[in-house]
Ligand binder design. Structure first.
Ligand code: PHE
Length: 341
């Protein structure tokens, strides 16, 4: 067996093959071709048994040296290929820190929530605290305790949604007067923002809308206090130049009662579509709390009196942002809401 030159030839062949390997996978295959179980060095060693004993040791040792060298070529080449693979991965994933950034979209509160918080903060400043009640209400709280008997024509003023079990979707925030006053004694100063429901639908009416109720009960509360607070409230909402009008009206739970209008901000009173050509916009109802309502809550109406008002929030939002149709507020269309920051 011509062991000497053929080992050297194998080694040289391996050196070249290893140097030409272009990938780690190709390198592994080349290595197996020389050093693997069926590789050329192994086959050569397998023939060793046919040799004379002293030859055997010499050839075996030379083969091991050749094996070591080939391993060395492979290791070197592997390092180079690994470095190259790493460099090209880095190049492919390069991050260009000079590119302009992408501004993440930023949300904001719903316009109604903005107005609600604004109102609550204003009334906090006057010593009013927030009361809440459920949207599914008893008929006692929503109607009877407020002086609206089942056959009372005032029920027609508020087309009611009835719920199973004799409950109603509250048609106004006034039932929270009953909840807040029953079992407590004055003085009271409460503000009640919340959703209310009436079976009404038009560009200016949604079956769900928002009111804010306010009421104050003490030993010397007059209609003048009511007027003063509503002036302060409306000029806070719409600017100092807002013009108000109290129109005598009727609610079963207040006496005397008034409806509050303000000069249309869009046409300055000249008449436009928003104010139905009247120059005035209805803000809500108000009046002195009826003694029967106080008595229904267990309060001595000889000693205590108070005022109450209930205003529509949604209309304030429509005016603040010039929204022609109330439904735009509740359709969840981000293209609209994004503009109402
Ligand atoms: N609850 C009445 C309504 O919704 C408004 C109101 C509240 C009137 C308080 C007087 C006092 O129409």
């Amino acid at each position: 067996m011509a062991e000497g030159p053929s080992l050297a030839a194998i080694e040289e062949e391996a050196r070249r093959a290893v140097a030409s390997a272009q990938s780690l996978a190709a390198l592994a295959e080349i290595r197996a071709g020389f050093l693997g179980k069926k590789g050329s060095v192994s086959s050569l060693l397998r023939g060793i048994g046919a040799l004379a004993p002293e030859e055997r040791a010499r050839v075996g040792e030379a083969a091991n040296v050749a094996k070591e060298r080939i391993e060395g070529f492979v290791r070197e080449r592997r390092e180079i290929l690994e470095r190259e693979a790493h460099a090209s991965a880095l190049a492919a994933q390069r991050l260009d820190v000079t590119l302009p950034g992408v501004r993440p979209p930023r949300g904001h509160l719903h316009p109604i929530t903005q107005i609600e918080r604004d109102i609550v903060a204003f009334f906090h400043g006057l010593g009013f605290s927030v009361e809440e009640g459920p949207e599914v209400e008893t008929q006692w709280n929503n109607f009877e305790a407020l002086g609206i008997a089942p056959d009372h024509p005032a029920r027609d003023m508020q087309a009611t949604f009835f719920v199973d079990g004799g409950h109603v979707l509250r048609t106004h925030t006034s039932p929270v007067q009953i909840r807040a006053m029953t079992g407590r004694q004055p003085p009271f100063r409460f503000i009640v923002p919340g959703r209310v429901y009436r079976n009404d639908r038009s560009p200016r009416h949604s079956p769900m809308f928002h009111q804010v109720e306010g009421f104050m009960v003490d030993e010397r509360v007059s209609f003048a206090d009511l007027k003063g607070i509503l002036y302060a409230f409306q000029s806070h909402m719409m600017g100092a130049e807002v013009e108000l009008r109290f129109r005598a009206s009727y609610f079963p739970f207040t006496e005397p009662s008034a409806e509050l209008d303000y000069r249309c901000l869009l046409c300055q009173g000249a008449g436009c579509a928003t104010c139905s050509q009247s120059g005035w916009i209805e803000a809500g109802g108000c009046g002195m709390i009826h003694p029967t309502v106080l008595a229904n809550c267990g309060i001595d109406a000889e000693r205590w009196q108070g005022f109450a008002f209930g205003m529509t929030l949604d209309r304030a939002a429509m005016l603040r942002w010039g929204i022609p149709n109330i439904h735009l507020l509740f359709e969840g269309d981000l293209r609209v809401l994004e503009q109402l920051g």
